[in-house]
Design a protein around this ligand. Structure first.
Ligand code: PLP
Length: 409
């Protein structure tokens, strides 16, 4: 890591951040980042924190995994960006797509590479519209798919959509995990239903077992597509490679980003050759300069290979059980403060009777980082790197115990 900063230097960074970068996330930032490794984040003053957030489900193989770092260094020395418009084969793009399509369902063989989750959503919406020739989308209450105009159109919070209207003209929101409401909304004008198999920013909400298969049946009946948003839940987070694989359902389009790039910006949209063929006429119906950047792909390949070799998908399932078990002990101890525990794998959350940010701040003061979510104020997000150890989970639980014992009101 770089040299430690003294208090004056730390304050200078805080002030300069406030001057130039603070307009989208208000409030003064105290934590100046120094370095990160595995499950540890170290601030620029030299204090270590146990990271139970993974930078919101990005650092699935841990921060700065040595193999990811080495792959980035090798690739940077070879080439970074070359060109788009199809005159070049970038081997790193082929390698990452082969790996990803090897763990998605049958027939999901074609990819479009992006740099972020919102970009993946944009691609999926355009793909569904062009393939079906239909205008309408059905989306979920509490859903989050990103902040670009198309993605915002299918994201739930009214106060975030309203100032930017008109958005996409035909989007119907229905309650998550309500098949009757979905059935009433899906019709012959519907291009696609877009759904997070487990809602992330909505509060790590796991639907009932018949929900995704039900959506699959309803969309097929009406000739609409099923888009599953795996941006947050993909790459082993839920204890399967992709969250929808917890149920027996084959979607038409899968969007992903976050952990795919091993910490670098990379996303993907995966679908069938038949559906993607719609982008060939006219040629270049959808394009971006930096999507599938070779450096990001190299990092993603290394991260993927670490996931496989270290069995991190299975580890996510078993450690998630352990984590929820330990949280269950705390819930029994503090039933009035902790009112619910949810999740699958290491995609985990607990609900407090109060503001999740109060808990997150108190935990941070005691050296542990947890998060809140955008669309559920009492939800504390617990999404550690999949390499987290039981000892680290125990440490997190002990710190949380002290916070709950002190009271969160
Ligand atoms: N979809 C889901 C489910 C997400 O959780 C997010 C971000 O949190 C996005 C899409 C948007 O991704 P990005 O922030 O990379 O644009």
């Amino acid at each position: 890591m770089t040299d430690l900063l003294d208090e004056t230097e730390l304050d200078s960074y805080r002030d300069r951040f406030a001057a130039h970068l603070s307009q989208t996330v208000p409030g003064r930032k105290e934590f100046v980042v120094g370095s990160a490794s595995g499950c540890t984040l170290t601030d620029a003053g030299g204090r270590d924190y146990l990271d139970m957030t993974s930078g919101i489900a990005v650092a699935n193989v841990g921060h700065s995994h040595p193999e990811v770092v080495a792959a980035i260094q090798r690739q940077a020395a070879r080439y970074t960006h070359v060109n788009v418009y199809g005159r070049f084969v970038v081997p790193e793009q082929v390698e990452i797509v082969e790996r990803i399509t090897g763990v998605t369902g049958p027939g999901m063989d074609v990819a479009y590479l992006t740099s972020s989750g919102a970009e993946s959503t944009e691609c999926a919406l355009k793909l569904a519209r062009k393939y079906t020739g239909r205008p309408k989308f059905v989306a979920m209450e509490r859903a989050y798919h990103g902040r670009t105009l198309g993605a915002l159109s299918v994201s739930w919070r009214e106060e975030w959509r309203k100032p930017f209207e008109p958005l996409l003209p035909e989007v119907v929101f229905v309650p998550f995990d309500d098949l009757e409401a979905a059935a009433a909304a899906i019709d012959e004008r519907t291009a696609a239903v877009i759904v997070e198999p487990i809602q992330g920013e909505g509060g790590i909400r796991v639907p009932s077992d018949d929900y995704l298969p039900g959506l699959r049946r309803l969309t097929r009946e009406k000739g609409a597509l099923l888009i599953v948003d795996e941006v947050q839940g993909g790459m082993g987070r839920s204890g399967r490679w992709f969250a929808h694989q917890n149920w027996d359902v084959e979607p038409d389009i899968i969007t992903m980003a976050k952990a795919v790039g091993g910490g670098l910006p990379l996303g993907a949209v995966i679908s069938t050759p038949e559906i993607f063929a719609t982008f060939i006429d006219p040629p270049l119906s959808h394009l971006t300069t930096m999507g599938g950047n070779p450096l990001s792909c190299a990092a993603g390949i290394a991260a993927f290979d670490v996931m496989v070799r270290e069995n991190l998908v299975e580890a996510s399932a078993t450690k998630g059980e352990y984590l929820r078990g330990r949280l269950g002990e705390l819930r029994a101890e503090f039933p009035e403060a902790m009112v619910d525990i949810r999740g699958k794998g290491l995609w985990c959350a607990f609900e407090v009777a109060g503001d999740a940010n109060v808990v997150a701040r108190a935990m941070q003061e005691r050296g542990v980082l947890v998060g809140s979510v955008l669309n559920s104020s009492g939800t504390v997000r617990v999404t550690p790197p999949l390499v987290v150890t039981e000892a680290e989970i125990d440490r997190f639980v002990e710190v949380l115990r002290t916070v709950l014992a002190d009271g969160i009101g």
